[in-house]
Design a protein around this ligand. Structure first.
Ligand code: SAH
Ligand code: SF4
Ligand code: F3S
Length: 473
């Protein structure tokens, strides 16, 4: 097997991108059999699973949520932190047990873990009940791989074709209202703590025509919202020959007239004024920016390879707030990076106090094998890191509640997505600023954008009621 190799991945000398088209296969060997698909990780993986589901259904298979009923089990894994690994290996224990009594089951492991050198080796040595290991770049081959494993009863490991962009992909989307749209793949930033550039390969953009075609077709099918996906959307287009960047793309997508546009994730580095101006200009681009900070200390930011300083980050946030009225800003923060002192951590708290984030995802640093940060010495105890995380979360929650409270009695436009989990008499949806609202409104409002008066603010959600439009004679 050609194992993923972290040293080679870092060199990234070949910038060439191949554009290819995928074809559906016709085979009914597994028709009416059941598949079980488990997804870990970020939006990219959630969207990749929508592709896997389409491939499996195209073979005539049906999804089950009972592991024991499945002929084919597919695990779409995440590698971002150690606990993501642990969850997957925990689940694999159950599958191993199942396979003892049902040796005909086909187990396929894909996603980011299968792209890690150490993990791929470990799976080969210690988990022989896994039939297929496939990479994040080879999802379109899943159908063939499963058929092959079923026919030959042979185990298959797949090498990665990381330099390609595949078009013609089908998705079985989870929602009929909101949709993910890949605009680019991979990451070339190589932040020193992060595994993603290795697991997702080099940065490569889809052609603008393909993206616009997809958005137009989603709009035609009744979709109300698209979220443009990339590890670092500001880098969109840099690898293309044309003079066309993310600001241009955002503008073209806005001009399709789809009701709502979001995008994740933007990097604070290279966040251009043109991007800001386009966001401010088009009402269908949502006033919501997820802007990962990671750390507020210049020393740590340098060690992380993040390419901006605390001061530059704060200036950017101010500019965002000045340009986009009612903007929501959320972030990602890592505590306990190697060599982070109490003083460094206080710099992070200082940024939180100044920006007053609407929300944040916070993490304790997790060592990823093969990354530059894994070689850095780390003196801080886990107890100290947990203490920092707790102090950080208290501050984040305080500002998040404050930001929700500011919405009280306001009228917000909410895209209703479904029946509320908390109260079956209510529906739920998101404001333009991406705040979750449980709304007193009829179920017919699902799939529509309605006016909602905010009646209560909690730490992580809002309550509201539909404001009926007054009919004019
Ligand atoms: N491309 C996005 C983030 C992708 S990963 C960006 O650059 O912002 C999502 C988040 O996981 C990161 O923002 C970071 O906060 C966190 N993360 C990544 N690697 C990590 C690690 N080794 N330990 C802890 N958190 C990590
Ligand atoms: Fe990871 Fe940095 Fe790339 Fe984000 S920009 S995916 S944190 S390497
Ligand atoms: Fe996403 Fe996890 Fe891979 S966060 S890119 S699924 S490592």
């Amino acid at each position: 097997m050609n194992l993923p190799n972290i040293k080679d991945a870092r060199k990234r000398t070949d910038k060439k991108v191949d554009y290819k088209t995928v074809w559906e296969i016709k085979d009914d060997t597994l028709k009416n059999q059941k598949f079980f698909l488990k997804t870990y990780g970020c939006q990219m993986n959630v969207h990749d699973s929508e592709q896997m589901r389409a491939i499996l259904e195209n073979l005539g298979m049906q999804e089950t949520d009972t592991l024991e009923d499945a002929k084919v089990i597919v695990m779409n894994t995440c590698a971002i932190r150690e606990n993501a690994h642990d969850k997957v290996f925990g689940y694999l224990g159950r599958i191993k047990h199942l396979k003892k009594n049902h040796p005909d089951i086909i187990v396929a492991l894909g996603g980011c873990m299968s792209q890690e050198e150490g993990v791929a080796k470990e799976i080969l040595q210690n988990h022989p009940y896994i039939n297929i290991v496939f990479g994040t770049h080879n999802i379109h081959e899943l159908g063939n791989l499963i058929l092959q494993a079923n026919k030959d009863k042979q185990d298959i490991e797949v090498t990665s074709e990381e330099g390609c962009v595949f078009e013609g992909v089908n998705y079985k989307r989870d929602s009929k209202i909101t949709a993910w749209v890949n605009i680019m793949y991979g990451c070339d930033k190589f932040c020193t703590y992060c595994i993603v550039p290795y697991t997702r390969g080099k940065e490569r953009s889809r052609k603008k025509e393909e993206i616009i075609k997809e958005v137009n077709s989603l709009k035609k099918s009744g979709y109300k919202e698209v979220t443009l996906l990339g590890q670092n959307v500001n880098a969109y287009g840099h690898d293309l020959d044309e003079d066309y960047d993310f600001a241009n793309l955002l503008e073209s997508v806005a001009q399709t007239g789809i009701s709502r546009i979001r995008f994740v994730t933007s990097h604070p580095w290279n966040f251009t004024d043109e991007m800001l101006n386009v966001i401010a200009k088009y009402p269908n681009i949502m006033p919501y920016i997820h802007l990962p900070l990671q750390s507020g200390s210049n020393k740590i930011l340098r060690l992380m390879g993040r390419r901006y300083t605390k001061e530059e980050y704060l200036k950017l946030c101010q500019k965002i707030k000045d340009t986009i009225p009612n903007v929501t800003i959320t972030t990602d923060i890592i505590v306990g990076f190697p060599n982070e002192t109490e003083e460094d951590f206080e710099d992070t708290l200082d940024v939180v106090e100044q920006v007053k984030y609407d929300g944040a995802y916070t993490f304790i640093y997790s060592k990823r094998e093969g990354t530059p940060a894994s070689m850095m010495s780390d003196e801080t105890t886990l107890e100290e890191k947990e203490n920092r995380l707790q102090r950080l979360n208290e501050k984040i929650n305080y500002y998040s509640k404050l930001s929700n409270e500011k919405m009280l009695n306001k009228i917000e436009k909410v895209l209703i997505l479904g029946v509320s989990e908390k109260d079956p008499l209510k529906v739920y949806g998101y404001t333009e600023g991406m705040k979750l609202v449980n709304v007193l409104a009829p179920r017919e409002s699902i799939g529509h954008i309605i006016d909602v008066k905010i009646t209560d603010a909690k730490s992580f959600s809002l309550d509201g009621e539909e404001v009926k439009k007054i009919k004019q004679n």
